[in-house]
Design a protein around this ligand. Structure first.
Ligand code: ADP
Ligand code: MG
Length: 705
């Protein structure tokens, strides 16, 4: 076991990081590569061979035999194709370990096995992967041995993005350019680059592997499709920040160490609200690196859990009636010289810049609430967003009392003259009180909360990539910045113009601010009154990608083409239909072959007992058996009918031709039919002899790890 002393040595051991580059590359090559990384540029092909050579030497020293381009196709999980370093055997029959610049920079997986949403039909089937040199290569150690993993983007031969990284990098470029314009307006001449900083807090459940393997629903769908609540749920809140149990502690220890070796700055580990639920938060990093590191985190969580005889569930809602899991995407904008554009700052000057940035973000979120909602939509998240759980399906911004008060004053009078918390506001236009970070931090129901010097987008699903939400955030904010810069760069009197603009932005988008309880019925009604969209399911959220508003936005920044957007909608509809189809089929199988037979057999026992008692002793009471028999039979009939109905609904949905209509059909007909089957089975679970009940229960899964 390592000690605190070893950690600095351990950290990044399996990463081709700056130190490794320095050691393994010629000085000039190192400097050029560093330059590309710092500027977020592509690698110069002329130095690719040299970089590849150094990287290979480094990897081989650490036992690597293979390399892979590691990429994120639109399946939601990462993909890779392993190649060994060996060359063709020479005349002497020996091989060399080789790795060329070309192999580093570009790979050619068979694109046809990945979803392309129709892009393949119109264009070429082939695809290629290209190294994102701003995200460092790393070594993975597992049963396959040691593999050099090269984070890459995945495109078609015509350059259409087939993955999540490509548009993410494009959106970062767009935002960089526009954010610099804003900084320049305020006299900044030194910053060279602005990148989004992202920290993704990751929630997950841990269950025992042996128990997991007893449930087909967990195996096939990642969530339980049946199951009654145990007598004790999370109502006591005793799990949250509770002491970490032995087995979990040992899992977390290994997880941290493995992540540290991979350069993932895992920082905080704690229990979450539900029993069996936990969270890991890393230190924030540059957006694309944070996205890669979140993928790595999810992979490593699953692997380490298995090594401990556990299973890590990343599904958004593994257990009905118990809190689900999400991901908080903490987002801010940082310049290469350390300015956080979301920091309110100490001087009136900085405050004005901050208020402009805030106004632009309000505009972006208000105007494109539908896109943000879409970016957090996945099949599992339908059980959270808009269903009695954090956060609600309505996008709003939480800014805290203090800032809201300033916004209100600015909206009303154009100046903010005082602070609600008593601190004296400096006189002058748009000066702000010093922020008390903690005062803004504690609204857990808001989907988009300002937390002192960053925004926290809390809608993202626990299993999802954080790429999509960041693509949307980066692009919509870039658009608002562009509009502001276009206007302000032309202004004759900058101070007056920026003042008017801030006032205008805050006034116009005031409706997106909401500091109250996001779960309440009253908020749903209020949001409707304000005209904010409430989009309660993935199927309803997807079309936001295809609106003219979205096409214009994304095309104008070169983040997505119309064809790419259309293809992504197609893939999402398809993914939804497939996932529900698998869930429905799993339910049908479990109900037909496990639950219903078990209940039939129990009903037989009860009936036999009733008959036997009556025969043996007619005057003995048989009320219990009778009552039980009636209720069991009623529920059994209900279950059988619901099962038949689900089979029919699923067949009908599967036969629908277009992806969109198929998804809609699954949503409208199959999802309710699944709920109708679950209800009687869950009721039966609370009545049938535990010795006969065929499936392990929630209580065993959640409390006995
Ligand atoms: P909590 O949300 O529980 O209050 P913190 O605010 O400390 O916790 O941090 C949560 C996450 O936000 C962490 O991953 C952290 O690295 C990240 N974070 C902190 N500051 C920033 C920032 N300026 N930009 C982006 N992410 C940040
Ligand atoms: Mg948080």
């Amino acid at each position: 076991m390592s000690t605190g002393k070893n950690i600095p040595e351990l950290f990044g051991n399996n990463v081709f990081n700056d130190a490794a580059m320095r050691d393994h590359l010629p000085k000039r090559v190192y400097e050029e590569l560093r330059e590309s990384i710092d500027a977020g540029k592509e690698l110069d092909p002329k130095i690719a061979d040299s970089v590849a050579h150094g990287m290979k030497e480094w990897a081989i020293e650490r036992g690597a035999t293979h390399y892979t381009h590691w990429f994120q196709p639109l399946t939601g999980v990462t993909a890779e194709k392993h190649d060994s370093f060996i060359s063709a055997p020479g005349e002497n029959g020996k091989v060399l370990m080789e790795f060329s610049g070309k192999e580093l920079v570009m790979g050619e997986p068979d694109a046809s096995s990945f979803p392309s949403g129709g892009l393949r039909a119109t264009f070429e089937a082939r695809g290629y992967t290209a190294w994102d040199c701003t995200s460092p290569a790393f070594l993975r150690e597992d049963a396959l041995g040691v593999t050099l993993c090269i984070p890459t983007a995945f495109c078609s031969y015509r350059g259409e993005a087939l993955d999540k990284k490509t548009p993410l990098l494009r959106s970062m470029q767009a935002l960089d350019k526009q954010a610099l314009r804003i900084l320049r307006l305020f006299g900044n001449t030194t910053s060279r680059r602005v990148v989004p900083s992202v920290g993704a807090e990751q929630e997950y459940f841990i269950v025992d592997r042996e128990k997991y393997l007893q449930r087909d629903d967990l195996i096939y769908t990642g969530r339980t499709l049946f199951g009654a609540m145990p007598p004790k749920g999370q109502e006591l809140d005793d799990h949250y920040f509770g002491t970490i149990r032995e087995r979990i502690g040992s899992f977390m220890h290994d997880l941290d160490h493995e992540l540290w070796k991979l350069g993932v700055p895992a920082k905080t580990e704690h229990n979450e609200a539900a029993p069996g639920q936990h969270e890991l938060a890393p230190i924030y990093e540059q957006c694309n690196v944070a996205a890669d590191h979140n993928q790595i985190t999810m992979e490593v969580m699953k692997r380490i859990a298995e090594e401990h005889g556990l299973v890590c569930l990343l599904h958004e809602k593994p257990f009905a009636g118990v809190n689900g899991s999400g991901k908080h995407d903490n987002w801010s904008l940082t310049s290469d010289d350390g300015i956080n554009m979301l920091n309110p700052g100490d001087t009136p000057h900085e405050n004005i810049q901050f208020l402009l940035v805030l106004g632009c973000i309000m505009k972006a979120v208000d105007r494109h609430a539908d896109l943000l909602r879409m970016s957090a939509a996945n099949v599992g998240n339908d059980h959270r967003l808009g269903a009695n759980e954090a956060p609600p399906a309505i996008i709003s911004i939480f800014v805290g009392e203090q800032l809201e008060d300033v916004i209100d004053q600015l909206c009303a009078t154009g100046t903010a003259t005082h602070s609600k918390h008593g601190d004296k506001l400096r006189t002058g236009v748009a000066t702000l009180p010093d922020f008390d970070k903690d005062a803004t931090d504690r609204n857990r129901t808001s989907p988009f909360a300002f937390t002192g010097n960053k925004f926290e987008f809390r809608m993202v699903g626990s299993s999802d990539s954080i790429a999509s939400p960041n693509i949307v955030l980066n692009t919509i904010v870039a658009e608002a910045f562009r509009e502001a810069a276009d206007e302000l760069e032309q202004a004759e009197n900058f101070d007056a113009a920026v003042h008017d603009m801030i006032k205008g932005l805050l006034r116009e988008h005031r409706r997106i601010i909401f500091n109250g309880d996001g779960y309440s019925e009253a908020w749903a009604a209020e949001a409707r009154r304000r005209g904010l969209p409430c989009i309660s399911s993935m199927v309803e959220a997807i079309p936001a990608m295809g609106t003219e508003k979205a096409v214009k936005l994304f095309e104008s920044f070169g983040v997505y083409t119309r064809a790419e957007l259309v293809s992504r909608m197609e893939i999402d509809f398809e993914a939804y239909a497939k996932a529900i189809n698998i869930e429905a089929r799993t339910m049908i199988e479990m109900a037909s072959r496990r639950y219903i037979p078990a209940v039939v057999s129990y009903v037989g026992q009860v009936a036999a007992s009733l008959a036997a008692v009556k025969a043996a002793c007619p005057e003995a009471g048989t009320e219990a058996q009778r009552e039980l028999l009636l209720e069991l039979s009623r529920l059994l009939t209900e279950a059988q009918r619901a099962l038949n109905a689900l089979k029919r609904a699923n067949e009908e949905a599967a036969a629908v031709k277009t992806a969109r209509q198929r998804a809609e059909n699954y949503r409208e007909n199959v999802v309710p039919a699944m709920a109708a089957l679950r209800a009687p089975i869950d009721a039966l679970e609370t009545m049938v002899d535990v010795k006969i009940w065929p499936i392990i229960c929630y209580g065993d899964l959640l409390f006995e790890v």
